[in-house]
Ligand binder design. Structure first.
Ligand code: C2E
Ligand code: CA
Ligand code: CA
Length: 407
């Protein structure tokens, strides 16, 4: 594993000789020893085919094959996954190419307007080192093959469970609540991600059964925590399909009563995209939930296409800003601008703002400076099983606060 910048190999792609030399000189100053260069996309693909390259710097405007085409080819040929995107063009264009590259599966270390500054380059290369370490940790694979039959057996066999991820106040790092996240402990395939099985359940008419099971589990945990005197909020994800179910609200109220839970301590999270389909029936369900005292969060905000007007029509109490807007905003000025205006919009609509996917101290600092209310992410804690959550509250949380005070 590469642990220092000097061990990285970098390819600089730019049609201007001066710019290539400049970028290579910056890399050399940072200690990079293995350096390649190419004057256009075609040459860059040749270099990538023949050498092992960690990071590719890509200028967008080049003759023969431009940067956008090069990014596409790199992704298609799975040649290399870490890129830094540069251009003299306007920041919006550069940022949107960055988004495109990520959608193609590339690892975007930074998107910058030229000239490339030494600090920006250093941060991006360090990020490569940091991220390849994180990626080496065992991960749940989203491509795990599972069938609808296995899922229905899993429900019957109690293989589904919940993990909980803390939501903390930016000021003082107080535990405001936890988000319940579904997990499937498969007897032979290991831990399966909800990304795989929620969609499967939605496609095979099992989402109601799954939601019913998980919600009762979540309420049981909340009741236990209350018995220990812990009264933090519980957030629970609702499928867009549940919003179309007219019996859902009554059932949720009944469950809250059964487990002795105050609706004001429950937040239902619904994704921004759930609001794009059957808006009328979604709003009806959400309005009824609000009337009963539950809170509503718009989840994954920034990934879909809901506009400010649609947002203002939803009876929400909270806006969860997606990690794609949050993570690495420090390295992407355009992203930072969108983040700032999203936070302003939420405040104008009287919504509590929650930033998800906070992974680094840099991410946290920006969110703090921009006035976000709550934060959630690996920087504070990964999702934890219930026992570990209690230990985290007892031990790790106060340590986090002390660390923060020292900063
Ligand atoms: P989500 O609601 O956006 O949940 C946050 C996801 O981000 C979780 O993934 C969490 O583990 C992950 N995460 C948290 N902090 C970080 C971070 O700092 N960096 C990164 N890279 N990721 C972070 P998970 O648990 O795999 O859940 C994926 C999605 O599955 C959820 O996204 C949610 O949409 C859905 N889901 C999970 N549980 C349920 C459920 O009970 N019902 C329904 N309908 N959907 C669920
Ligand atoms: Ca969520
Ligand atoms: Ca989310």
């Amino acid at each position: 594993m590469k642990s220092v910048i000097s061990e990285l190999s970098v390819l600089v792609t730019d049609d201007s000789l001066t710019q290539r030399q400049y970028a290579k000189a910056l890399c050399q100053e940072l200690g990079v020893q293995s350096l390649f260069d190419a004057a256009n996309g075609v040459d860059a693909l040749d270099v990538l085919g023949a050498n092992s390259v960690d990071v590719v710097l890509i200028d967008l405007e080049m003759p023969i094959m431009d940067g956008v085409e090069l990014i596409r080819s790199i992704a298609q040929k799975k040649l290399n996954s870490s890129v830094i995107i540069l251009s003299a063009k306007d920041p919006i264009l550069i940022a949107s190419v960055g988004t495109m590259a990520e959608a193609d599966g590339l690892h975007v270390l930074g998107t910058f307007q030229k000239p490339l500054l030494p600090d920006a380059l250093e941060c991006s290369l360090l990020r490569f080192i940091q991220d390849t370490k994180v990626a080496a940790e065992p991960k749940k694979s989203p491509d795990t093959e599972v069938t609808a039959l296995e899922l229905s057996q899993a429900l019957a066999n109690n293989e589904l469970t919940l993990a909980f991820q803390p939501k903390l106040t930016v000021h003082g790092l107080l535990l405001r609540g936890v988000e319940a996240l579904a997990r499937w402990r498969h007897p032979t395939k290991g831990m399966i991600s909800p990304v795989v099985f929620i969609e499967l359940a939605e496609r095979h008419g099992m989402i109601d059964a799954l939601t019913h099971f998980l919600l009762e589990e979540a309420f049981k945990y909340k009741r236990t925590w209350q018995q220990y005197g812990l009264r933090f909020h519980l957030a629970f994800n609702l499928s867009p399909l549940s919003l179309a179910d007219s019996d859902m609200v009554d059932w949720l109220c009944k469950m809250a009563e059964k487990y002795g839970i105050a609706p004001a301590e429950i937040t239902f999270e619904v994704t921004e995209n759930a609001l794009l389909g059957e808006l009328a029936s979604a709003i009806r369900t959400l309005a009824r939930l609000r009337l009963k005292g539950f809170h509503i969060a718009i989840d994954d905000y920034g990934t879909g296409f809901a506009n400010a007007q649609q947002l203002s029509r939803v009876p929400a109490t909270e806006l969860k800003i997606d990690r794609s807007l949050v993570h690495r905003a420090a390295a992407r000025p355009q992203q930072r601008t969108i983040l700032a205006s999203t936070i302003d919009l939420a405040k104008n609509l009287n919504l509590t703002t929650v930033a998800e996917g906070v992974e680094t101290a840099e991410d946290f600092k920006i969110l703090h400076d921009l006035g976000v209310d709550l934060v959630q992410g690996y920087y504070f804690s990964k999702p934890l099983f219930a026992d570990d959550l209690l230990n985290w509250v007892k031990n790790d949380l106060s340590q986090l606060r002390r660390q923060q005070e020292q900063k």
